[in-house]
Design a binder for this molecule. Sequence first.
Ligand code: SAM
Ligand code: DTB
Ligand code: SF4
Length: 349
Amino acid sequence: MTEIRYSLEDVKALYQRPLLDLVFEAAQVHRENHNPNEMQMCTLLSIKTGGCSEDCGYCSQSIHNEAELEKEILMKTQDVLEQARKAKEAGSTRFCMGAAWPKVLDGRAFDRVCDMVKGVSDMGLESCVTLGMLTEEQAQRLADAGLKAYNHNLDTSREFYDKVVTTRNYDDRLETLANVAKAGISACSGGILGLGEKEGDRVSLLHTLSNLDPQPESVPINMLVPVEGTPMANNERLDIFEWIRCIAVARILMPKSMVRLSAGRLEISKEAQAMAFMAGANAIFTGEKLLTTANPKEDFDYKLLDELGIKPRAPYKDENQMMPEEEKVATGCNRPGGCGCVGEEAEAA
Ligand code: SAM
Ligand code: DTB
Ligand code: SF4
């Protein structure tokens, strides 16, 4: 039985607080639970591109949309592992593989994805996949292959969902998240802002995400990347302070989660990104491409982190992947996610 942690009214009241109060509180929560000067760098790879039968209104990969896109069949395991190796060398600690599938089907393609997961995990990277809906048995196979996280976004509120996609419903999404949890895999689940939703939809999404049991280990916050040929290509751009507000609310409601800045950073100024980090965002996707759309160049990201004195999170070495080994030795801190505390504070943690 899910324990309800927050009421919709609580979340609404939090969301509507003066922005700087909200960011201040989020920064405090962030510092109590994480090292504020550390950023997790993640790399995305589209392992099967385009041709998806779902009708998500934002997506370049749906057969229902008219985006210009080169379709690609499932990549070879060896090629994926080569990309993962490069991502690790470039400083990523998490590698996320996305397939434009509405759901997982048992067979050779899924067997191959399990091999990819095993190979990526064996490299010491956090492995993450996003493959659409899946059953408990399929989730278990991925867990057995060493999968750390499954990305499956709720995207928006239950109320607004059918304005975004009609080929599946909200409960389908929640069912997959439940199957992922039963297999002991962490959930990476968040949303997209700028779909044409209202404030109440963003509140409702944050309410649903924060009441998931367990809360998602990772909460991706995507800003719509308008893709030519999709019904959302000409959507009005969401005000950047709404984006910051959502990040701050996510941080306060889900203190232990990684708040992951996902799609849309290319169009966001470095000042706004810095404010998002202040508000508790602590993971970004790096590399010039997300799945099919562009992302800031790596040198932009590293320069920004350097200017802010933020360090990329060190690779995991310990078995339970709680804390980069170097830091554990350096500070004695062993809090999940690592807040960097030292001395007596560390011993008590
Ligand atoms: N097919 C799988 C699914 O839908 O769960 C995985 C792939 S899908 C591309 C992963 C996520 O990327 C979506 O849930 C959505 O949040 C995000 N996304 C896709 N296209 C986007 C766009 N144009 N702008 C922002 N986010 C987008
Ligand atoms: C997530 O929430 N965002 C990432 C990851 N999870 C898989 C994907 C963003 C995709 C943006 C559009 C594209 O590049 O196709
Ligand atoms: Fe398919 Fe996922 Fe794109 Fe929806 S978001 S069309 S399910 S690839």
